[in-house]
Design a binder for this molecule. Sequence first.
Ligand SMILES: Cc1ncc(COP(=O)(O)O)c(C=O)c1O
Length: 454
Amino acid sequence: MSTNIDRNTASTGRSNAGSAELFRRGQRVITGGNARLSVFQRPHPIYITNGTGVNIVDADGNTYLDFLNNFTALIHGHSFRPVLDRLHHQLELGISFSGPTKLEVEFAELLCRRVPYFDQIRFMNSGTEAVMYTIKAARALTGKLKIAKLEGAFHGGYDPLEVSLDSAPANWGPRLAPNAVPYCAGIPEWHTTDTVVLPFNELIATRQILEGNKDKLAAVIIDVLPQRAGLVPIDRSYLAFLREFTARHGIVLISDEVMSFRLSYRGAINRFGFEADLCAFAKIIGGGLPIGAVGGMPQFMLAFDPTNGKPLVPQSGTFSANPMSMAAGIAALEALSEQSFQRLDDLGEYACSSLTEMFRQERLPYSVTGMGSMFRIHLRHEAPKDYREAYAAPEQQEKMGMLIRALQEKGVIVSPTCQLCLSTPMLTDHIDEMVTSVREAARMVEAREPRRAS
Ligand SMILES: Cc1ncc(COP(=O)(O)O)c(C=O)c1O
């Protein structure tokens, strides 16, 4: 995910000499000095050494409250004992094998029990891979090529779904008929014709676009809470329309729950009360280890079935369903009850209302969006309703970078888009501490630049 954020601008209080030195060493051997764009920052990233519960510690011994939790994956925070115990046990038995294990059967049983709408699942190693296989299955099953996605929605690093991931006013076209804009160099031209971009939550315009493409569409992929499109929940009427339209026209409806599975004990599908044809999972289901999974109705999962010969979509992977990820996933999910999600929801509501109230008291032109245990701070007075409203122009990005850096200085880690997420060891005290840090960081940022109308 592109960060587009230069965090160079805020002053540094804590010592970061150890991270700076690791960056210097890293630059000699890793292109860019660290191996993941989403955590790159200027002048250098903060290199982490360890984490426990809600905290992480960097290479200089600085401690942070972690409101990012490896981009929402660590729902139990760091060093969660049940996951560590399962992993230690599995380490002694073997790390990976060239054969299936009982663990994958047990984990699949657990997931299928939890998410009642599907009976079968397959495992991969990342969310990107999971999403990619849902698209491959949809294309193979329907014999059609086009994919429709929501403007601005992030679905990982698969070419066709990167279209219009970061379109800007100069190229995004009409609001109700968005252009398909390539995300980066090297994306084949045909992706911009085969990926159809939908205006989020705009039912009438979406119907018109889908009508015009229905005979060529293999799939419509959605995220019910698309982070990059503002972390604004999908409208239920919009969702109901997409479900009905896709079913009527033989188009596969895919739910990307890589992040939004966090929304309930049975996933986003359950929280929003609908059924997708295929679903992509990752992040929290791996208990902190790499994972991806595709689940769905049997007639769609059939695409991967090798029992009667070569499947429509051959799916393998050296580390797919590796026992370490399975063991960690089982331990993490077994420790998540319906009450755990309720508690996270309550804490999420407390965080959002505390931030909103603080912005009001401080007369800050900021707002909050989100749902459940995930929320995002926007540097605009009115909460955005879609990608275009959430879009930050370069000067706003710079200001956001300052805020994020100032928060880091105060010991709070958030995402490059100022998204925050909760973990089960968090308490209201941690939320209060975060809100205080946001207040102080925002005061610093606002003091540096004249307040603009948002
Ligand atoms: C909605 C969504 N889909 C797909 C992905 C890609 O997952 P991964 O980073 O595991 O490849 C992400 C990652 O943040 C995501 O948020």
